[in-house]
Design a protein around this ligand. Structure first.
Ligand code: MF3
Ligand code: CO
Length: 249
């Protein structure tokens, strides 16, 4: 069952997502050669607590950190560590909060200094694909319209969409129904209704869409070792179209 949220509930989900967006903005400024992913995690947790919220991922299914930091061929769920960022890396930062009983969740991928043209194109195509998906998140459309829009954009750009991890409903739990794949068929799936709140999150690979999980039980990497990018927004479907909740005002 997909929960339909009242405008009041959506405002509370927005408040949580605002914090996520502010933290990601701060993180973006911190990313540079020489910084460790652990330092980014510490910043995210400290800022979140300062705003009176809690990091949502820490402890979730045993996840050890507040932030997910996935570098280069890491797709999602990279665990912050003493790893030092180097010029030419790309890093995905995925962050979630719990505030006043409601969850926020968003992700960005950024360049560490100068990166290769293909890395730039991968990040750009992933970001664009997220917005293509969001544009389809309107009353009367079907879930498959979101999925197909993301997939089509990614594949037209010459990249591939990860199949093993998907977006999700979000609200009073981090993961609610429905699952939102980044691949699918236009016109298929549930009908979209006003009040649905979704985390749409394309994970896009430079080469094969196939991934594997490392021995740490969390870090997802591309099977061919090529690059991967990830962007995510939490959005609400309203009578006036999609509204992005995970952005700074
Ligand atoms: N945005 C990711 C998701 O929705 C982050 C979850 S990380 C976890 O699955 F550690 F909480 F699992
Ligand atoms: Co998510």
């Amino acid at each position: 069952m997909v929960i339909l949220r009242s405008p009041e509930e959506i405002e509370k989900i927005r408040a949580s997502n605002h914090i996520v967006a502010e933290v990601l903005e701060g993180l973006k400024e911190l990313v540079k050669p020489g910084v460790t992913t652990e330092e980014l995690d510490i910043y995210a947790e400290r800022m979140t607590k300062k705003k009176g919220a809690d990091p949502a991922f820490k402890g979730y299914m045993g996840y050890p950190s507040s932030l997910c930091t996935s570098v280069n061929s890491e797709v999602v769920h990279g665990i912050p560590s003493e790893r030092v960022l180097e010029e030419g890396d790309i890093i995905s930062m995925d962050f979630g909060t719990l505030y006043n009983g409601y969850y926020g969740d968003a992700a960005i991928t950024v360049a560490v200094g100068e990166v290769t043209p293909v890395a730039e194109r991968l990040m750009e195509a992933t970001h664009e694909a997220l917005y293509k998906g969001i544009n389809e998140a309107k009353v009367g459309n079907r879930l498959g319209d979101i999925s197909a829009a993301v997939q089509t954009h990614v594949e037209n750009a010459g990249f591939s969409v990860v199949r093993d991890f998907v977006g999700h409903g979000i609200g009073s739990k981090l993961h609610e129904e429905p699952q939102i794949p980044n691949f699918g068929v236009q016109g298929r799936g549930i009908e979209l209704k006003s009040g649905m709140v979704f985390a749409i999150e394309p994970m896009v690979n430079e080469g094969t869409y196939k991934v594997k999980v490392l021995r740490d039980g969390w870090t997802v990497v591309t099977l061919d070792g090529k690059l991967s990018a990830h962007f995510e927004h939490t959005i609400a479907i309203t009578e006036n179209g999609p509204v992005i909740l995970s952005k700074v005002m």
